[in-house]
Design a protein around this ligand. Structure first.
Ligand SMILES: [Mg+2]
Length: 274
């Protein structure tokens, strides 16, 4: 069992799934829904991060999904399952980190739920908005499009900055596809090219200082944006071009002619990396 196989099986019955957010037409705008779990000992160890940093990250991961669709985050709900070690003071710290980030991105926390659990589990649902029909998706990349990432890969920062400004800018530029890099370039680009029914030829990967090329491909948790632009469009200054969309076997990715195996992070195959 892999995350890919689980999603593929569900997609037969739930035809709208597959992007970073679900898109729902509602009146004069499209609503974007995303939900993201942060689980103790799967995504983090409580001894390694203060409560405020865990609250920050729980919200940032969902904000990154809104960014990848070119949307504006609006409302969030937070479901928190607490193990016996989590004190009221810890929960206050968690919310301090989360609310600081929410205010910066004009996101209102409008509800939530508390429960008990053997390990700390935080689920953040965000509803965002975007002009109708304008959300960036994974399925529009065309042969000839240039492939970009928004920053160096392989060393994702714990308190990363969700790329909301860039996402909105990419929508204005007519990006043909976009997603956030949560599970590693090798797996996420395989997903993007599969959704777009194309292949990709990579030439240069920006490797973060202190990281290896293998980590840049497979480590995950970078939360940079991966996107494609038509060849005539000038990319934003911060973007780094990594290759080109090509015709070929759907989902196939090469790096300087060598096949790239999509082995980034899969919850049901990989070791947890808290
Ligand atoms: Mg995502």
């Amino acid at each position: 069992m892999t995350e890919l196989s689980l999603v593929a099986a569900l997609a037969k019955r739930l035809p709208r799934i597959g992007d970073d957010c679900a898109i729902v037409r509602h009146g004069a705008e499209d609503l974007l829904f995303t939900t993201d779990l942060l689980v103790e000992d799967v995504h983090f160890r409580r001894t390694e991060h203060p409560a405020a940093d865990i609250g920050y990250r729980a919200l940032a991961r969902s904000l990154s999904d809104i960014a990848s669709m070119g949307g504006d985050p609006r409302w969030a709900t937070v479901a928190l399952a607490l193990p016996p070690w989590a004190t009221e003071r810890w929960v206050a710290g968690f919310y301090r980190g989360m609310l600081g980030l929410a205010a910066r991105h004009k996101t209102e926390i409008v509800g939530g739920d508390f429960s008990r659990a053997p390990v700390l589990t935080a689920d953040v649902m965000i509803c965002g908005t975007v002009a109708p029909g304008e959300a960036l998706r994974r399925n529009g990349a065309c042969p000839g499009d240039a492939i970009y990432v928004s920053g160096a890969l392989g060393r994702g920062r714990w308190r990363f900055v969700p790329r909301l400004t860039l996402g909105r800018q990419l929508r204005g530029l007519g990006a043909t596809s976009c997603m956030d890099l949560s599970d590693g370039l090798s797996l996420d680009l395989h997903r993007l090219t599969t959704a777009s029914r194309v292949a990709a030829a990579l030439e240069t990967i920006p490797v973060a200082r202190g990281a290896t090329l293998a980590e840049a491909f497979d480590r995950g948790e970078d939360y940079e944006l991966l996107f494609t632009l038509p060849p005539a469009v000038k990319a934003p200054r911060s973007a780094r071009r990594i290759g080109t969309i090509v015709r070929g076997r759907v989902g196939r990715v090469t790096y300087n002619g060598e096949l790239v195996i999509p082995k980034g992070h899969d919850h049901f195959r990989s070791e947890p990396h808290p």
